[in-house]
Ligand binder design. Sequence first.
Ligand SMILES: *Cc1c(COP(=O)(O)O)cnc(C)c1O
Length: 398
Amino acid sequence: MPVSGHLMGVYNRAPLNVERGQGARLWSTDGTEYLDCVSGISTNALGHAHPELVEALKAQADKLWHVSNIYSIPGQDELADLLCSKSFADVVFFANSGTEAVECALKTARKYHFANGQPERIDIYGFDGSFHGRTYGGINAAANPNYTEGFGPPMEGFHQLKWGDKDALTKAFESPTTAAIILEPVQGEGGCRATPDEDLRWMREMADKNGVLIIFDEVQCGMGRTGKLWAHEWAGMTPDIMAIAKALGGGFPIGACLATAEAAKGMTTGAHGSTFGGNPLAMAVGKAAFSIISSDEILNNVNEVAGYFKQQLHGLQERYPDVIAEVRGKGLLMGLKLIPNNRDFMGWARDEAQLLVAGGGDNLVRILAPLNISRDEAQEAVERLEKTCAYARTQMAG
Ligand SMILES: *Cc1c(COP(=O)(O)O)cnc(C)c1O
């Protein structure tokens, strides 16, 4: 594996050089074919090289690549209309990534209280095991020491609660300086942990009672991943502000911060902005990706295939209790908590079974199949996982 000498060494890269992709398949430069259950960490939600997305990008590329947000940008109104028609939101800010969408969400929450004449409400509460990307706001909101260490003092007003600690959360809601809580309804990087529906409903009640905002980070669990368009739909409640990204562009960089008109009332002219956010290419692909992903056809497929996977993965766990400790997740945001090291397992899956799976906190591998994966491909993924488990057993015995 040649070392790329001039790249910052921030990634722990697997030894795989990908050349091209089609649907749920990837091919490396040496011609090996892989079944891709990473999907760019749930970004290529319609698989690789989806013809409608390719066509949308090519058609827009011929017309206009970039124009400043000092003008109205083709596609922004249409995509915002689509997003608002299928969510709780009234308004949208377009960014380029998940963490930028989170950044906008955090700023929107504080500015709301400022606009309400309560500038003292600055406290933002996040939870352990969460991930909100790598800006200063993102790392402070998640407060994972792996990502904050060495980057100076913690930012004022950011606090981390223990996931599931209702007493601490009650205090946070009741504090007169609280602006918002931020959470992923289903944690991704942190280990596929879903907050129970009744807890989400309780949070909504507490937030309303105390004048606190709820920010959902659905960058990973949103966009159909759990089998509903938004993960919070399972709980029958809505947030005030929501960050989305990853699958929204089907692989093209885009992020969006959605909010109710009320929550966004502080975000007036000059309050925020972005050079590339809402770029015409991103809007064209985003419209195509969102239209397909929000269709009944895709959401039904997610639920069907996820049901199959869940059953099969539990079967695998029964056959390999020495390899798989627990099956977790919701919809196609699935995780296996492992007994062997998860990084070893990812390597074995790749090299012995040509199956790509993602890592995750708590010694998990995540299986993030494309949302349009077929039943046959899902069966193939399970067979390849079984092969990996059998191989893991030989490695662990040795
Ligand atoms: C990936 C992710 C982010 C960060 O997105 P980027 O596009 O990498 O900035 C934020 N939140 C969650 C839940 C994510 O999974």
